[in-house]
Design a protein around this ligand. Structure first.
Ligand code: ADP
Ligand code: GN1
Ligand code: MG
Length: 361
């Protein structure tokens, strides 16, 4: 299969080996080694990204734009073209369905972390996503397709969860009553940020929308960031969710895979490092209202993540890749524990955000 795909692309050398790669929850990723180079092959999850050609138009346009802006120490994802000069190909699988594939140049000597307690790495992760926002600040917002509709509309996701609870498609609702109550208690927060976007209190920007710590490639030796990756969700949005999701995944004491709830906390040192990294790149461009809501960005993206994992569990695991039956339930419980700890630190977080903002603006 990998050979069939490679044949369609302008590839250097002959295939020597390939293996599944990375720990992304959505796409299927392979590292292929040829006699001359290394390539990152991805099967696009077309249940999640239902318009793969439009998705690739976004990525092509964003990467072209960034190439002219990036400094010599950093890299932009490099798409490999097919023999007929496209960024995407498909093959027909044994069931007669299309499978969509793209290929990136493999960025060597890098690593992506699912979790780390190294403050320098987290500072640099914040810088990477902050720099990404900064480089795209003049990019035309309306030049991007919406690759997943209402991706960070937390309230719509909440309403969808309520519907899915009613339907109880696979009979799991009875098992997660406690978790559902936990989420329902937080309904009032769900629409806060979208309302501010819609009434113009905060600006739409070109945002990454999936600022997980493992969506940055770090240099293995220097701990500097090399490239921001996973550009499938780059769309018009708010920086509050980019910052929030960055803290959610970078400043937890453990990864999303942790099932021992006693080990899950917000690490305030990592929180400070990420915040400093992010604001060192962005403080000069943010509005007062955005800065005033950054802690809420963390709070609300965590509520959203709890909603998404529980909803997927209730629906029979149709969205996130799972490795075992209760994986989504465990992920939801992990995020709930982190959310409670964030709620206990909101005041302290806000104070630090302002301190860091004053330092960098
Ligand atoms: P997903 O959408 O499934 O999260 P990603 O695009 O994030 O997929 O890729 C999964 C993993 O593959 C990343 O976390 C990273 O470790 C690795 N990766 C992705 N692109 C590259 C690349 N161009 N060079 C090196 N590693 C990469
Ligand atoms: C997915 O693709 P990946 O693993 O970087 C998801 C994010 C979630 C994250 C939770 C397109 O990210 O939104 O926050 O899992 N990406 C998409 O781990 O839904
Ligand atoms: Mg990813």
């Amino acid at each position: 299969m990998i050979k069939r795909i490679l044949k369609k692309y302008n590839i250097d050398g002959d295939l020597i080996s390939y293996e599944r790669y990375g720990s992304g929850n959505i796409n299927k990723t392979f590292l292929a080694v040829t006699s001359k180079n290394k390539y990152l092959i991805q099967q696009i999850n077309d249940k999640v990204f239902t318009k793969p050609y439009k998705l690739m138009e976004n990525i092509e346009s964003i990467t072209d734009y960034l190439k002219d802006k990036i400094d010599e120490n950093h890299k932009v994802l490099e798409l490999i073209k097919t023999k007929d000069n496209k960024c995407l190909c498909y093959i027909i699988n044994e069931e007669g369905d299309r499978e969509y594939y793209r290929i990136y140049e493999y960025i060597d000597n890098t690593i992506s972390y699912d979790n780390t307690d190294d403050r320098d790495i987290i500072f640099n992760t914040g810088r990477a996503f902050g720099n990404f926002l900064k480089l795209l600040k003049d990019y035309d917002l309306d030049n991007l397709w919406e690759t997943i509709k209402d991706f960070h509309d937390t309230y719509k996701r909440y309403k969808r969860l309520l519907c899915d609870i009613e339907v109880d498609r696979v009979g799991r609702v009875g098992e997660v009553k406690k978790e559902i109550e936990f989420i329902k208690k937080r309904e009032k927060y769900c629409s806060l940020i979208m309302d501010k976007l819609k009434d113009g209190s905060i600006p739409y920007r070109v945002t990454h929308n999936d600022t997980k710590v493992n969506n940055v490639l770090m240099d293995k030796d220097t701990k500097q960031y090399v490239a921001v990756i996973d550009l499938d969700t780059v769309m018009k949005g708010t920086m509050l969710f980019d910052y929030g999701d960055g803290i959610r995944s970078s400043a937890s004491t453990v990864s999303e895979a942790e099932t021992n709830l006693d080990r899950i906390y917000l690490d305030m040192d990592l929180f400070k490092s990420y915040t400093d990294g992010y604001l060192s790149e962005t403080a000069k461009y943010l509005t007062d209202c955005e800065v005033s809501l950054m802690a809420e960005g963390v709070h609300i993206i965590l509520i959203e993540q709890c909603i998404r994992f529980i909803d997927d569990y209730i629906n029979g695991d149709t969205y996130f890749r799972i490795e075992y039956e209760k994986h989504n339930l465990d992920r939801a419980r992990n995020q709930m524990k982190l959310l409670e700890d964030v709620e206990n630190h909101l005041k302290e977080m806000k104070e630090y955000i302002y301190r860091s903002y004053r330092k960098y603006r």
